[in-house]
Design a protein around this ligand. Structure first.
Ligand code: UDX
Length: 495
């Protein structure tokens, strides 16, 4: 089929490349001529594993082209809209999509289907078919079907998520004779996933619901981890046992500094804010946001604890700045809040991330932060290290060497991604979330974490020697491990 995709950001470029890979003729359209030039030049506007290869291969065989000219959509059977709807300040905006519709709706072929893949504010859903219908009418043209096709792809595994989805959701905003839905079903007929057809409102809410649930799971895990710390438990063990109950599962229950990125934080806070505006409180989602914010602060507290009460004057190696591994995305990355707060508290923060471009942008976002050219340089003479993004390169560090570089071997693992045993064996004082504070430190661990556990009620207080679980992290990122199908706790926790 002939497809146009308008907006070549994370969602649109993945959609373009993957549909071309599936054999469709795709034209990617983007208003930014700089982005088009970069793409035509073979440069990717962002890092997404496997995407550059897919773009190149499909351009070479002529199935994927890029242009800044919206007139290109007039040939398309299906036109996807994948433009941004965030206002960059935690809120929604519909200016971009409205101006995009202005450009494309009068150019749509009479038998084309218009498919919105952008995440829309729920209140905009009712307006969408009306706006499109009016534009067609004013242009003296017949009506076109308008559908929603929300994406459920994750950064870092977006290509695989698109090509092998768990479900495809079609939301019908306006499709009187069903030809829009039929066309989309044809477009996706190569996919083995179930295709779920529903109203546009239900489609949008199914995307929102999925993200709210994932965010809730993470905040749940973080509150559970707090209980584990309080009673001297180990959250890895606890979640692994819970995960055997198929009603619960183990995915997305990894404790740490909480969720970031473009989707989860925004959808939680916007849901709370818009519901409150309409007089309908959402206390559960408000708590999810609050717990998530608290985790970032707890990272500072943990560092202060291990440093003897305060981070002031300490040099802290910040390992990772992107909101998760396998992306260069800094949108709502916990690193920004953590580094800013540490600097406010008088620490010197030296950050390193394998994504050098992200590191540069990070330096511009966090006044006073220093960036290092390598992880070794970041660790040199540091009083403590803070693992913020669980990149493979950090998980595989030689910890004996790392300890020898640092002024004090202190590690706060904000992603529960490192091996307690390895770190402690290398001489680190090591804290994570829900796994206590372990190892030698010249400052005492705070009382509730290990010292005052009621061993009668809860069994022996955990110490790293007595942990039955293999806490060695497996190699590579969670996505890599998931893809490789490696078994064990990590897989269960990081799906
Ligand atoms: C998310 C949704 O997963 C995806 O379905 C949707 O289409 C877009 O939003 P993404 O933002 O790419 O995807 O990242 P995701 O893998 O969901 O991780 C979000 C954040 O949660 C990251 O900061 C990650 O580190 C954190 N996280 C994830 C945890 O803190 N604990 C976990 O157990 C899992």
């Amino acid at each position: 089929m002939r497809v146009s995709v308008v907006g070549l950001g994370y969602v649109g470029l993945v959609t373009s490349a993957c549909l071309a890979e599936q054999g469709h003729d795709v034209v990617g359209i983007e208003v930014s001529s700089a982005r088009i030039e970069a793409l035509l030049d073979g440069r990717m506007p962002f890092h997404e594993p496997g995407l550059a290869e897919l773009v190149q291969a499909n351009r070479e065989v002529g199935r994927l082209t890029f242009t800044a000219d919206p007139a290109a959509i007039s040939q398309a059977d299906v036109v996807f809209v994948a433009v941004g709807t965030h206002d960059g300040n935690g809120g929604w905006q519909t200016r971009t999509i409205q101006s995009c519709l202005n450009d494309i709706v009068p150019r749509l072929a009479d038998d084309a289907a218009l498919v919105v893949r952008s995440t829309l504010p729920p209140w905009f859903l009712a307006h969408l078919p009306i706006i499109v219908g009016r534009m067609r009418q004013e242009a003296g043209l017949g009506e076109v079907p308008v559908l929603l096709n929300p994406e459920f792809t994750k950064e870092g595994t977006a290509v695989q998520d698109f090509l092998e989805p768990e479900r495809v959701v079609l939301g019908i905003a306006h499709d009187v004779d069903g030809r829009g839905a039929a066309r989309l079903r044809r477009l996706y007929r190569g996919m083995s996933a179930p295709i779920l057809e529903m109203s546009a409102t239900d489609a949008a809410l199914s995307k929102l619901g999925a993200n709210l649930f994932l965010a809730t799971k993470i905040s749940f895990a973080n509150e559970l981890a707090q209980l584990c710390d309080q009673y001297g438990g180990n959250v890895d063990q606890v979640v692994a046992a819970m995960a055997y109950d198929h009603r619960i599962g183990g995915a997305f229950l990894r404790a740490g500094i909480g969720f970031g990125g473009s989707c989860l934080p925004h959808q939680v806070t916007m849901t709370v804010a818009t519901a409150a505006e309409s007089g309908m409180p959402t206390p559960l989602f408000a708590a999810v946001a609050e717990v998530n914010h608290r985790q970032r602060e707890r990272m500072i507290d943990r560092l202060a604890e291990l440093l003897g009460g305060s981070v002031a004057g300490a040099r802290i190696a910040l390992l990772g700045v992107t909101f998760k591994p396998d992306t260069d995305d800094l949108r709502d990355a916990p690193s920004i809040h953590i580094a800013t707060r540490l600097i406010e508290e008088g620490a010197t923060v030296v950050a390193f991330d394998p994504m050098t471009d992200a590191l540069e942008r990070f330096a511009a976002l966090v006044p006073g932060v220093r960036v290092a050219s390598s992880v070794d340089v970041a660790l040199d003479d540091a009083d403590a290290a803070a693992l913020v993004t669980e990149w493979g390169v950090f998980r595989q560090l030689d910890w004996v060497d790392a300890a020898s570089r640092m002024r004090r071997a202190i590690m706060v693992d904000g992603r529960n991604a490192l091996s307690v045993v390895e770190l402690v064996d290398a001489g680190f004082a090591y804290a994570s979330f829900g796994r206590g504070i372990r190892g030698q430190t010249d400052v005492p661990a705070t009382a509730p974490l290990v010292a005052t556990v009621d061993t009668g009620a809860t069994g022996a207080p955990t110490s790293y020697e007595t942990l039955a679980i293999d806490t060695h992290a497996t190699e590579g990122s969670p996505a890599e491990r998931h893809r490789s199908g490696s078994s064990g706790l990590d897989l269960a926790l990081t799906d």
